[in-house]
Ligand binder design. Structure first.
Ligand code: ATP
Length: 370
C-alpha cells in the first residue's frame, strides 16, 4: 500500500497553496499536501504549528484565506460542514452526558432523518464494531475513558463518512490504553477501508499508526514521508531533532563529490557522509546520527581519525530493553549512543569514566545543509 509512490494514482484530498490568516497572524502558510484514499495520515507538530487549523479547514469549520481544499475531485469551497463526507472526532469526545451510549451514537442519524429501523440496525453495527454491545444503555459517566473514546469513535463513524478526522484522539487515555487503542484504530481503519487524518503532537503515536506523516512547523509542512523515512532520512535539522533522539555534529564542508561529503568538525574530527548532495566547499554543514547507529568501542577503530572520536564514558543508563551511553568527547561535546541489551556482551560491561571510542559508518547518518 503506497499510492503516494505511484505517479498514476490520484490524491483523494488535496490542499493547494492553502493559507489561513487570523488577523495578522498566519496559522497556515501557502501549504500544499496530498493525502490518498485509504491512507492513515498523521499531521504532527508542536502546539500552535497549525495542524488543527488544517484539519478544521477540511471539516469546513474554517475557510482558507486563500488556496483550495479538494476532496475526491470536488473543491470544497462553499460546502458547509454537514454536507462534507468527513466527520471529526475531538479529544474531548463531546458525548451528550444525559443520553445513553445508544442515543449518543444514533444522534447524528436521527438529525439526518434516517428511518428508525435503519438507525437501530446501524447503531447495533457500530456497537459491535467497538465491542460495546453490553453498554448500550449506559450513560457516558458510567463508562471508563477508553469506553467513552470508543463511543465517540462509533458516533463519528455511524454516518459512514469517507474521511474521519481525529484531533488528538488518544490524548485523554493513559499510556497502556493509548497503545491498545492505537492498534484498534489501525484495525478499524483497515477493515472499513476509510481515510483517516489524525492530528497529534505525539511522535510515537504518529509513528505507530500512520502510513505517512507530515511534520509541520509554523504553518508549513517540513517533510512528508513514511515513519521509517522520517526517522532514517530526515530532510532537515528540524525534523532530525523533532523526531526521536539525535546527535548533530556541525562543521564545514572540506570536500564534496563522488557520492560522499567530507565535513571538518571543530574538534579535529572528520566526518565522511555517503550522499549524492554536493554542497559548496567551506559551507556550513551538519551530520545527524541516531544514538543506535553510534558504536561505543573499547579500543580505537582501524582508521581512528575519520568517523571516530575518543572520549570518556560519562553516563550509563540501563533501561531494561536497552542501555544508553553518554560519551564526553575530547572536544567536550557529549554524544548519546544506545544498544539493545539482547545484543550486549553481558560478561564484559563498560564502566564509568572509562576511555572509549565512538565510531560510525558513512551511511549511518544524514547530511544537514540547513
Ligand atoms: P495545538 O496542538 O495546540 O492544538 P495546533 O498545531 O493544532 O496546536 P492550531 O490550533 O492550528 O495549532 O493553531 C495555530 C495557530 O493559530 C495558533 O497560534 C493559534 O493560536 C492560532 N489560532 C487558531 N485559531 C484561531 C482563531 N480562531 N483566532 C485567532 N488565532 C487562532
Amino acid at each position: 500500500f503506497a499510492p503516494w509512490a505511484d505517479p498514476a494514482s490520484k490524491p483523494f484530498i488535496s490542499f493547494k497553496n492553502v493559507t489561513k490568516k487570523f488577523g495578522d497572524f498566519t496559522a497556515v502558510n501557502d501549504l500544499s499536501l496530498n493525502i490518498y484514499h485509504r491512507e492513515f495520515f498523521a499531521l504532527l507538530g508542536a502546539s500552535g504549528c497549525g495542524k488543527s487549523t488544517l484539519l478544521r479547514m477540511l471539516a469546513g469549520f474554517e475557510q482558507p484565506t486563500s488556496g483550495e481544499v479538494i476532496l475526491d475531485g470536488t473543491n470544497l469551497a462553499g460546502t458547509p460542514p454537514h454536507r462534507r463526507p468527513v466527520n471529526m472526532m475531538f479529544q474531548s469526545y463531546a458525548l451528550f452526558p444525559h443520553m445513553t451510549v445508544e442515543k449518543n451514537i444514533a444522534f447524528g442519524l436521527r438529525q439526518d432523518g434516517m428511518p428508525k429501523d435503519e438507525i437501530i440496525e446501524r447503531v447495533m453495527q457500530m456497537l459491535k464494531m467497538v465491542k460495546l454491545e453490553q453498554f448500550a444503555s449506559r450513560k457516558p459517566n458510567q463508562l471508563s475513558g477508553g469506553q467513552r473514546q470508543r463511543v465517540a469513535l462509533a458516533r463519528s463513524l455511524a454516518k459512514r463518512p469517507k474521511v474521519l478526522l481525529l484531533d488528538e484522539p488518544l490524548g485523554a487515555l493513559d499510556k497502556k490504553l493509548r497503545e491498545e487503542t492505537q492498534f484498534e484504530l489501525m484495525d478499524l481503519q483497515q477493515n472499513l477501508g476509510l481515510t483517516f487524518v489524525v492530528v497529534t503532537h505525539d511522535q510515537e503515536e504518529a509513528m505507530t499508526m500512520a502510513d505517512r506523516i507530515a511534520v509541520m512547523s509554523h504553518g508549513k509542512v517540513i517533510q512528508v514521508a513514511t515513519p521509517a523515512e522520517i526517522y532514517e532520512a530526515p530532510n532537515s535539522r528540524f525534523v532530525a531533532d523533532f523526531i526521536g533522539d539525535v546527535n548533530i555534529f556541525d562543521g564545514q564542508v572540506a570536500s564534496a563529490g563522488a557520492g560522499r561529503v567530507e565535513i571538518a568538525v571543530d574538534s579535529g574530527l572528520t566526518i565522511k557522509v555517503a550522499t549524492s548532495d554536493k554542497p559548496a566547499k567551506g559551507s556550513n554543514a551538519g551530520f545527524a546520527i541516531r544514538p543506535e547507529k553510534l558504536k561505543v568501542l573499547r579500543h580505537p577503530p582501524p582508521h581512528s581519525s575519520v568517523n571516530a572520536a575518543s572520549g570518556e564514558l560519562w553516563d550509563i543508563g540501563y533501561l531494561g530493553d536497552m542501555t544508553v551511553f553518554h560519551v564526553k568527547l575530547k572536544s567536550g561535546k557529549v554524544v548519546k549512543a544506545s544498544s539493545l541489551n539482547a545484543q550486549r556482551a553481558v560478561d564484559d560491561p563498560f564502566t564509568y569514566d572509562q576511555e572509549v571510542w565512538i565510531s560510525f559508518a558513512e551511511d549511518a547518518g544524514v547530511l544537514l545543509r540547513d
